[in-house]
Design a protein around this ligand. Sequence first.
Ligand code: TRP
Length: 447
Amino acid sequence: MKGAVRAHWGSRMAFVLAAAGSAIGLGNIWKFPYVAGVNGGGLFVLIYIFCILLVGIPVFIAELYIGQQGQKNVVESFEVLDKKRTVWSFPGYLGLVSAFFILSFYSVVGGWVLDFEYRSLMFQFSGMNHKDVGEILNSLFSNPLRQTFWHFCFVLLSGSVVWAGVSKGLERFNKVLMPSLLVILLGLLGYSFTLPGFSKALDFLFFPHATDISASSILEAVGHSFFTLSLGMGAILTYGSYLSKKESLSRVAFTVAFLDTTIALIAGMIIFSIVFSFDLEPAAGPGLIFATLPSLFVQLPGGSILSILFFLLVTFAALTSAVSILEVVVAFWTERFNTSRHKTTLVVALVVFLFGLPSVFSTNIMSDVKMFGLTFFDLFDKLTSSYFLPIGGLLISLFYGWKLGPKAIEKTFGGPIKFWSTGLLWLTRVVAPLAIFLVLYNMAVGF
Ligand code: TRP
């Protein structure tokens, strides 16, 4: 696959699904509930939704546009649009670094999901109570070999999709799997409605309580809105580059943001219903969904089958996201250095696997090794979500709003639509960059 011919999506629909596939992943089902839980619920959720609207959607449009008009990878699209090699390729390089950091912990969690899928298939959850379920998670955490194995499997699976090329299997995959995930989530939501903890869950998630929200919670909300929409490191940019220059973009961003937020909120409602029904701890951290969901499955008639289906779909959601991160690196490398897709994918996947090992060991043999008080798993997560992605998004927003300016925005909407384009212009020029800057500044220095 050497040479200059770039792949393109088969249809507009295929592109929307791929972008949604990238956005909807562990961020929605695993990360959102646990981060919302740790940060006290309601107020955090509200801030997160504001961030999606005022920062996420504008940056989403900017990234898509840069990729679509540049028709190149995460670094070279900036160079094309700026007509030279400039400082503006910096967000591109930052994105490449972020890709490895994110995949490091992402594929480890993907491995946990695979492990739970395997246990569901073996009917290991049958007859357990929620205490036993919690123990399963702990035994996985303390087993470095088992985690390494599943982490390896996850990297292998996502690597093989990228190896085959984006447009081939993935388009068809997404078309069936993303709607199935939504259906099964809605089904589970129906079940959780019957649980005693349901109304408490709603209250926890949707009513801003007078919890003292700190600067770091706000930073986490900003960071999570980037993470969940796959923004700030060029994944959406790269997918945009496989779209023909003529397609209009504005509606795609809204559709994806809407789907992504809806799925996160549904996952949150299900999980907190279980938490409050069984007196579990809402602030349990990264293990939250693994300790709670099986508790529901063991109770339900046909729960084992549901559990198999559920973890399978989460696996696919995670894979379609991981693939979009890998693709950023592979697209850059093959185009910049004219290497073959196959060889490049192999090398990148190997590096990702090795880079993930510190995250695997963070819950066992290296749990005492800390930098800035964080294990490697937490460090990679925090560094990317809270710093690299927002900084990348800030620069992308400025590039689009100021460097490319009103002409680009007009092109984005396919004509001069006064209200929306003026809105978007100032969102990308001032509102989004300022919001990100203030949050980062406040974290670093304090007001
Ligand atoms: N958005 C995905 C999720 O919610 C993860 C993801 C895919 C991502 N591509 C990304 C996160 C790019 C940050 C940047 O699971």
